[in-house]
Design a binder for this molecule. Structure first.
Ligand SMILES: Nc1nc2c(ncn2[C@@H]2O[C@H](COP(=O)(O)OP(=O)(O)OP(=O)(O)O)[C@@H](O)[C@H]2O)c(=O)[nH]1
Ligand SMILES: [Mg+2]
Length: 218
């Protein structure tokens, strides 16, 4: 590829990310004005993002007005699951795109009546790579992996850990059948991001979900 063509590709990528960042900042300011606290969950396919959000929502839905946005390439399976917990949901289907971006969120903020919403949870499309470039304008980002993804999953996907505030290592109830050293996974996350808070959870048994909620909300 010629030098000229290569540099044009880099410019396009930078424009895309810059535009996304600008809109993410606008989302953040808008949410602040509306007194809505927003948190986004990223992580691999099947790591337990929806299951963790379900566990959280079940515990706090009586206290807060909650809206959950679920991102998926197709279907509204996740939104239907969350809706059973008695909170409002919006499913965004991205079609061919592997992550939500700040434009998707801005469209919801523009069109949804946030009057009764105090907390917004956003579940991104299952992917450990694409969401790292696209911040959404939330207060905190939570990255979720599970021990069934193998011992190297964190080390192999450093960017999401670098740009998240909280890391969740989920499916701890399966530790006896998995050959995974959880201490090593924690060490990997801390090496990438020394400030990241880490929780070892099971969405199935509820282990450490209350501690995770405290960390997210405080
Ligand atoms: N044993 C066990 N299973 C879990 C746990 N968390 C989630 N699962 C199961 O793992 C599967 C995937 O969970 P989801 O919550 O759908 O995962 P997700 O990250 O939302 O998946 P996508 O939205 O498709 O990317 C489901 O069958 C869950 O019941 C856990 O802590 N322990
Ligand atoms: Mg899900």
């Amino acid at each position: 590829m010629s030098e000229k063509k290569t540099s044009r590709i880099i410019e396009l990528n930078e424009d895309l990310i810059e535009n996304n960042d600008r809109l993410a900042e606008q989302n953040k300011q808008f949410l602040k004005k509306k007194n809505v606290r927003a948190f986004d969950f990223v992580g691999a396919i099947g790591a337990g993002k929806t299951a963790i959000i379900e566990s959280i929502v079940e515990r706090i839905a009586k206290e807060y007005g909650i809206l959950v946005i679920n991102g998926d390439v197709a279907t509204r399976i996740d939104a239907d699951r969350i809706e059973k917990c008695g909170v409002a949901t919006i499913q965004i289907n991205t079609g061919k795109e592997c992550a939500l971006n700040s434009y998707h969120i801005s469209q919801v903020l523009k069109n949804y009546d946030l009057h009764e919403v105090g907390i917004l949870f956003i579940e991104n499309v299952g992917n450990l790579i694409c969401p790292s470039d696209f911040m959404l304008g939330t207060e905190k980002r939570i990255v979720i992996v599970s021990i069934t993804e193998g011992p190297w999953v964190i080390r192999k996907h450093p960017m999401l850990f670098k740009y998240s505030d909280i890391a969740v290592i989920n499916k701890i109830d399966l530790k006896d059948v998995m050959d995974v050293n959880i201490e090593d996974m924690i060490k990997d996350a801390k090496e990438i991001n020394p400030n990241i808070k880490i929780f070892i959870t099971s969405a199935t048994t509820g282990e450490n979900i209350s501690k995770l909620i405290n960390c997210i909300l405080n």
